[in-house]
Design a protein around this ligand. Structure first.
Ligand code: ATP
Length: 351
């Protein structure tokens, strides 16, 4: 990393009694980055966010923000705004008073507060909602207010703890786009915790994939998706086919397939292959890695389908591929039909 990191976590460890929730976490975040902590329930992502916020104290390790050691500072003396999963607005305060909360605490002059609240409500797309109460707003609107409240003091760091998970599917997508646009406009360094891989892929500059209290991989969404560092990452991010294989004298064998592959001989290798890396067209005469398969199941998802196929070329293993609805209808393909597929061997991952 060329410039000094804005947020620098060194050897962070967290124990709850005899349970280790985080082990030796090292992480550097640049100014203006949008970083997602992604992982399954219980992997430690919320604990790590809470440690950055000072809401939880690390058992060991240090944190610095903007060159200042904040490891032991109480939350009020750190420089961040936070949005939680549950709306966490004060129900008995108006929208304006909720947004103004941090400014009042800082003894900001009243006229300035009024102006800032108007500006923030406009920024989150809810101008004129000052006098309303949280109970009169939808979940998505409440999260927009929570976001305005978190940004009110223009903090250096925005922390988002699963802010979208209580919302319905459409509202989640809308709000995540708004959050990203807002973050880019303001340039505020942001960390969002999520267990939703699609959310992380769509919003983050970099993703930190966590599992059992350790970081499995840090990378751009494209790195994480295309170059997963471990079977866990390949499995957790995106859909993947896993095929048992044998690696022998530089050749990878599964079913009747045989492809060149670097690595030591292994009786039990696993091939990871994304559904989109198996093509149904265009297949030209002379193409390599082509095989016949029979459709076992079609999951209709609208414009494209998850098509499960079986092929003697792959042994007894089922493979899932994506096919467009147009292709299926053009070729009159249905369960039981046979089709020709082609593997992209350069996209195979072997662990
Ligand atoms: P989720 O999405 O379910 O919140 P997470 O990845 O955010 O998952 P954490 O909430 O960080 O996970 O919890 C990590 C582990 O630490 C879990 O096993 C959890 O049970 C444990 N844990 C968290 N807080 C405490 C606590 N105060 N006391 C004891 N154990 C805790």
């Amino acid at each position: 990393m060329s410039q000094a990191p804005f947020l620098d976590l060194r050897h962070i460890r967290k124990e709850f009694g005899s349970f280790t929730a985080l082990q030796d976490i090292d992480l550097e975040i640049r100014k203006g980055e949008f970083v997602c902590f992604l992982g399954p329930s219980g992997c430690g992502k919320t604990t790590l966010l809470r440690i950055i916020a000072g809401l939880e104290t690390q058992t060991a390790g240090s944190i610095s923000q903007g060159g200042r050691d904040i490891s032991l500072l109480p939350p009020a003396r750190r420089d961040y705004g936070i949005v939680f999963q549950s709306y966490a607005l004060f129900p008995n305060l108006s929208v304006a008073d909720n947004v103004a909360y941090g400014l009042v605490n800082r003894k900001t002059p009243r006229s300035e507060i009024k102006q800032r609240v108007t500006e923030l409500l406009k920024l989150v797309g809810l101008p004129g909602s000052d006098a309303k109460f949280p109970g009169q707003l939808s979940g998505g609107q409440q999260q927009r207010i929570a976001l305005a409240r978190a940004l009110a003091t223009a903090p250096g760091l925005l922390l988002l703890d699963e802010p979208l998970s209580a919302l319905d599917a459409l509202e989640r997508i809308r709000l995540r786009q708004e959050i990203r646009a807002l973050q880019q406009k303001l340039g505020v360094t942001t960390i969002m915790v999520t267990h939703d891989q699609e959310e992380a892929l769509s919003i983050a500059d970099r993703i930190v994939v966590m599992n059992h209290g350790v970081i499995e991989q840090i990378g751009t969404p494209m790195d994480i998706y295309r170059e997963p560092a471990s079977p866990f990452v390949a499995d957790f991010v995106g859909k993947v086919n896993v095929l048992p294989a044998r690696l022998e004298q530089g050749m990878l064998r599964f079913g009747s397939m045989c492809l060149p592959c670097a690595g030591e001989d292994r009786e039990l290798a696993r091939v990871y292959l994304r559904p989109e890396d198996v093509l149904a067209r265009p297949i030209e005469p002379g193409d390599l890695h082509v095989f016949e398969a029979q459709i076992d199941k079609i999951e209709f998802l609208g414009s494209y389908c998850h098509v499960h196929v079986l092929s003697p070329a792959l042994g007894a293993q089922k493979l899932m591929v994506y096919l467009s609805l147009n292709f299926l209808s053009e070729q009159s393909l249905q369960v039981g039909s046979t089709l020709t597929l082609k593997l992209l061997p350069e996209r195979l991952k072997v662990f």
